[in-house]
Design a protein around this ligand. Structure first.
Ligand code: SAM
Ligand code: DTB
Ligand code: SF4
Length: 327
């Protein structure tokens, strides 16, 4: 399929028809899309590090790092280059091909801290991994500097549909998010852009999110699908857990709408059985976060994941990014 064959005009009715198909039909269609573009026995391993934690001025109601809520997350200033180097080296040893650095900023400061982030990107690239950052809103100049430092991808999620968005975040608009995404593209950095389910939204909201993601042209190279990790102290702490089959349907629909993208089974794996995760892979997920911690919340960790991939007869995408992109 040429990139010109990829569609950016999926309608809500089409998305609804895909999402609500009988599960065997939905998964079959997702498999066809998946097999046309990806190896079905491989999962891309990414590792996260929170490089600046807590005290964020945004009010994202799912997030334990927002300064608006009282949670157990303790604030931590930007980590040193040495700490970063140790974490990235260990990530590589655990099989990660992409290292993602997350900062609880509304936007990126133009000072020595940003210079340190640029050095961090160089360190990660020097170790032979893809480098991703998620730092909040960016100016064009900052995006260009990140690109010059060798940044592979920038993560900035649309999170939910434009209509539901105001229920979740009031301190930054949907359009501001789209503007940052456009600057990242303009700088020549690949996009990691997805969303979150289990916020108390209904299916229509998920169709709206999937439509917005598929309207991005080109599609985001990476689409993280998060399931809410309900954290004490946040406004969503008592939200009823989402049915894992809704996650499977969301992933399968994302795979069909954006067949060439990596679809990442992101936050929420602690709440999923091995069988539910297996269904997510059958539905076309081909990337996960490795390690015992996401940014501030727990994640299954190496030994559990090794057993899981072993049981499924799947493996982490091997190797250095240079070999990864060779074929
Ligand atoms: N501050 C940056 C930003 O918002 O762009 C970067 C990090 S932020 C933690 C990245 C994404 O993680 C959010 O957009 C959201 O989709 C996801 N996320 C945050 N807290 C979560 C939670 N408690 N459960 C599931 N996903 C979460
Ligand atoms: C994304 O979409 N999910 C990751 C990554 N991008 C930065 C973060 C998930 C965070 C989950 C809550 C936490 O650990 O703080
Ligand atoms: Fe801040 Fe990002 Fe958390 Fe929103 S999701 S409160 S922007 S760290």
């Amino acid at each position: 399929m040429n990139s010109s064959d990829l569609r950016h005009d999926w309608t809500l009715a089409e998305i609804e028809a895909i999402y609500t198909a009988p599960l065997p039909d939905l998964v079959f269609r997702a498999q066809v899309a998946h097999r046309a573009h990806h190896k079905t026995d491989e999962v891309q391993g990414c590792m996260l590090l929170s490089i600046k934690t807590g005290g964020c001025p945004e009010d994202c109601s799912y997030c334990p790092q927002s300064a608006h809520y009282k949670t157990d997350v303790s604030r931590q200033d930007l980590v040193s280059l040495d700490e970063l180097t140790d974490a990235a080296t260990s990530a590589k040893e655990q099989g990660a091909v992409r290292f993602c650095m997350g900062a609880a900023w509304r936007d990126v400061p133009n000072n020595d801290k940003f210079d340190r982030v640029l050095d961090m990107v160089r360190v990660v690239r020097g170790l032979g991994m893809e480098a991703c950052c998620t730092l909040g809103m960016l100016t064009q100049d900052q995006a260009d500097k990140l690109a010059d430092a060798g940044l592979t991808a920038y993560n900035h999620n649309l999170d939910t549909s434009p209509e539901f968005y105001g229920n979740i975040i009031t301190t930054r608009t949907y359009d501001e998010r789209l503007e940052t995404l456009a600057r990242v593209r303009q700088a020549g950095i690949t996009l990691c852009c997805g969303g979150i389910i289990g916020l108390g939204e209904d299916r229509k909201v998920r169709y709206g999110l999937l439509k917005q993601l598929s309207m991005l042209d080109p599609h985001p190279e990476s689409v993280p699908v998060n399931m809410l990790v309900a954290v004490d102290g946040t406004p969503l702490a008592n939200t009823a857990p989402e049915d894992p089959l809704e996650l499977v349907r969301t992933i399968a629909t994302a795979r069909i709408l954006m067949p060439t993208s990596f679809v990442r089974l992101s936050a929420g794996r602690m709440q999923l059985s091995d069988e539910a995760q297996a269904l997510c892979f059958l539905a076309g997920a081909n990337s996960v976060f490795l390690g015992e911690r996401l940014l501030t919340t727990p994640n299954p960790g190496q030994s559990h994941d090794e057993q899981l991939f072993d049981k499924l007869g799947m493996r982490l995408t091997p190797g250095d990014v240079d070999t990864l992109h060779a074929g």
